[in-house]
Design a protein around this ligand. Structure first.
Ligand code: P6P
Length: 323
């Protein structure tokens, strides 16, 4: 059995990145414990607060965010953190080497119905001479990440991580250790499973409407095979399924909010998930370009997402004009 830090050292991961990943997992273990308590600890349901996204915060959104901030900012490696639940970045050690962005509890609308949620994180280097409390320090394209991943709090807690040497999965044991359970994850290039919120169909652009209607035509349609559909409403659970057995997950632009490029956030959902997908041999796009090439100009900016099995994403891109 290989522990997380042992495995990362075997991969010649820099010692300070191994330390920071271990620190992140201290926070995620505490979040997992809080989630397991659920109703018993009186922490289900919503708070009276609304976050910068304009969303009513679940009590566990706030608890998870506070745990991550406290644990990360206590590590001198951390120059600053940016969270879905924080309007501005929070400065850490002025001499810290790393920046961490995170969605503390993605899919939190599922907490009260006991469906999987997760913590998504992305690690960047803090640019020379910039403060970790300054939004500008975080505005780096996804290809600049030095590590990215998530902890899915499902039937078991699983860390899925990349530091640029492939994607590996670690399961949280009852002894509190993340143990390697899947090495060098590779996404099947083809799939028969798609994930999209079909209730938004009338709001999509025609290219997405045409692609999805061909998926639904199955073997009688131009794609020539039967597809199955999933929608968990928890990106972490969807991405974990895609990494585990293939598929295409989409949250495209829609005309309900035409000024927004999409619903999901680039810096702590799109980028970390896209690096995992590409490292596992898949594709992750805005429907028009690779998400990892998007140059951010705001910490909470949103992005359209279509990611998963390489051949299926390429088919979808052809409907959007890719040659
Ligand atoms: P909808 C969760 O709130 C989230 O940000 C993602 O985890 C998930 O994929 C999506 O929103 C679900 O959105 O509109 O289907 O509720």
């Amino acid at each position: 059995m290989l522990l997380l830090s042992q495995f990362l050292k075997h991969q010649n991961t820099p010692d300070d990145l191994v330390e920071l990943t271990d620190t992140l997992m201290v926070a995620c273990k505490e979040i997992a414990i809080q989630l397991r308590e659920g109703a018993l600890a009186g922490i289900l349901g919503t708070s009276e607060e609304v976050n910068v996204q304009g969303e009513t915060q679940k009590k566990l959104d706030i608890i998870s965010n506070d745990i991550l901030k406290a644990v990360l900012l206590d590590n001198p490696l951390v120059a600053g953190v940016a969270s879905e639940e924080e309007e501005e970045p929070v400065a850490g050690n002025p001499n810290g080497k790393y920046l961490v962005t995170f969605d503390p509890l993605d899919g939190s609308s599922n907490i009260d119905i006991n469906v999987s949620v997760g913590t998504i994180f992305s690690i960047l280097e803090c640019p020379e001479g910039m403060s970790g409390g300054d939004e500008a320090a975080f505005l780096q394209a996804g290809r600049k990440q030095v590590a990215s991943g998530y902890v899915l709090y499902g039937t078991c807690a699983v860390l899925t991580l990349t530091t640029g040497n492939g994607v590996n999965m670690f399961t949280l044991s009852h002894t509190g250790d993340f143990i390697l359970t899947r090495e060098n994850v590779q996404i099947p290039e083809q799939t028969q499973e798609f994930a999209i919120n079909m209730s938004n169909q009338r709001f999509w652009e025609p290219a997405m409407q045409n692609y999805v209607s061909d998926l639904l035509l199955g073997e009688e349609g131009p794609l020539g095979k039967r597809y199955n559909m999933r929608w968990v409403a928890s990106m972490v659970a969807e991405v974990h399924r895609v990494l585990t057995r293939g598929g295409i997950f989409m949250y495209p632009w829609d005309k309900r909010a035409p000024e927004k490029p999409g619903k999901l956030r680039l810096m702590y959902e799109g980028n970390p998930m896209s690096w995992l997908i590409e490292q596992a041999g898949g594709r992750s796009t805005t429907c028009y370009k690779d998400i990892l090439d998007v140059e951010p100009d705001k910490i909470h900016q949103r992005v359209a997402v279509a990611l998963g099995s390489k051949q299926e994403v390429t088919t979808m891109m052809a409907y959007h004009g890719e040659k």
